[in-house]
Design a protein around this ligand. Structure first.
Ligand code: RAT
Ligand code: ZN
Length: 426
């Protein structure tokens, strides 16, 4: 084997980090078949909730007033406030600029010509635009977030699912309402299938949607108030009416996950409605107790857990948990951790503890075009994180080939996820 020179290592790492097709394990995207649910284009980009939060902290308009406006008016206002009156320095603003620039629209920048940009998007066909964005961002496939409790979404799946390109979009069964034990949503959902408000009813409901979606995994945001229950004294589970989120997880989700070999993706650390006036833009972050994950992983060795944490403070501890349990797989730098400074630190730390046994990033894209900047920004940072590690190996005479680097980067960008999903655990 011929080892690469330091200079060649740099070239090869850059090439594969920037060009390897990725699996995007968590997004909020929908295919064109889901019409209004598919968000794309400049107005959707400008009204992304990350930007709305940034805008509302300094604009002289109340959240209530802002949310009454049309999307076009909201987008106009965000553009003027954050891109014309100020430089777009934040990561969310940089994302818009990277996206437009990559699409070849930088000629509109000098005049800050939002309407010119709008005209360009108006000329795109949604189906072809998906292909274009996938090509630019080099996406193998994305996993959607499919919420059966949302009637706006459910109508695209029932009675039979809409036709879309299943090679581009895969499904995930999102069950936040279940972990919350939110019977105001669960009740009507179960009623729609004439099911009782019991553990069995909940199981039948989930089985119905698993058959409908054929999901990759269950996904839920773990509420900061979430608690496991003491189930040792429960003799007649079928008699429990409107069980809590803890009971639903312990007596329905975990057994289903084990029986069907369906992993559970858990998201820890979001504080919903930190400022409720901001609606979707109002969620915050909290440091959480990682021992809940450890307990779940230890007590359920035959269930796979995909996990991500929102607080930077939790990252080191959870990486150690993933280093101890083969049924725990870390994915992505989530939301408030999806900033270059934190991505760099997190990815380096994870590599140092886990090698390539994790999924380095997910986009969390809500707008199709997000795939462009979120992946471009991450890929560039990955080059800088990997370089010193390969250089150190090379200095110590470890033979490094192009195919080694290709293999490692493929793992970080989706291969480790595929391996985790496919492996047998006992
Ligand atoms: O990042 C986001 O867009 C958040 O609003 C959340 O949706 C988060 O990613 C989640 O899936 O809970
Ligand atoms: Zn998300």
């Amino acid at each position: 084997k011929a080892t690469l020179s330091l200079e060649d290592i740099e070239k090869v790492v850059r090439h594969y980090a920037l060009n390897t097709p990725v699996v995007d394990v968590h997004t909020h995207l929908f295919p064109p078949s889901h019409s209004e649910l598919m968000l794309w284009g400049i107005d959707a980009l400008l009204t992304y909730h990350y930007l709305v939060a940034e805008y509302l902290t300094t604009a002289s308009v109340s959240p209530e007033e802002f949310y009454k406006w049309s999307t076009t008016k909201q987008a106009d206002s965000v553009w003027h406030h954050l891109f014309v009156d100020r430089s777009p320095l934040s990561e969310a603003c940089q994302g818009v600029i990277t996206t437009l620039s990559t699409l070849g629209l930088s000629s509109y920048f000098e005049k800050r010509d939002l309407n010119g940009i709008r005209e360009w998007f108006a000329g795109q066909d949604p189906e072809k635009y998906v292909d274009l964005v996938y090509k630019i961002a080099k996406i193998r496939y994305v996993v959607m977030t499919n919420i059966p409790f949302d009637p706006l979404e459910a109508k695209y799946w029932q009675p039979t699912p809409a036709t879309y390109n299943r090679e581009q979009f895969r499904t995930a069964l999102r069950i936040d309402q279940v972990l919350l034990g939110q019977w105001s949503s669960l009740g009507p959902a179960l009623d729609s299938l004439n099911l009782p408000h019991t553990l069995e009813g909940a199981e039948c409901y989930l089985l119905h949607w698993i058959e409908n979606y054929t999901p990759e995994y269950f996904m839920a945001s773990v509420p900061s108030t979430f608690q496991l229950e003491d189930i040792s004294g429960i003799t007649e589970p079928s008699k429990i009416i409107k069980p809590s989120g803890g009971l639903l997880l312990q007596l329905v989700i975990l057994p289903l996950a084990k029986r069907l070999q369906l992993p559970i993706a858990l998201k820890f650390g979001a504080v919903r409605g930190l400022n409720p006036r901001l609606c979707l833009a109002g969620d915050g972050v909290a440091v959480v107790d990682v021992s809940l994950l450890t307990k779940l992983a230890k007590d359920n060795p035959q269930v796979k857990f995909l996990v991500t944490f929102l607080s930077r403070v939790n990252q080191h501890e959870v990486t150690v948990v993933a280093n101890k349990f083969s049924n725990v797989h870390i994915y992505g730098c989530w939301w408030y951790c999806n900033n270059p400074s934190i991505i760099t630190e997190l990815t380096r730390m994870r590599l140092e503890i886990l090698g390539t046994g994790f999924t380095a990033q997910h986009s969390d894209a809500r707008v199709l075009d997000h795939l462009i900047y979120k992946w471009q920004h991450f890929r560039t940072l990955l080059v800088d994180v990997l370089m010193p590690l390969y250089k150190q190996l090379q200095r110590n005479h470890w033979v490094i080939t192009e195919s080694d680097i290709k293999r490692d980067i493929e793992r970080l960008l989706g291969g480790s996820y595929d391996e985790f999903m496919a492996k047998k655990i006992t």
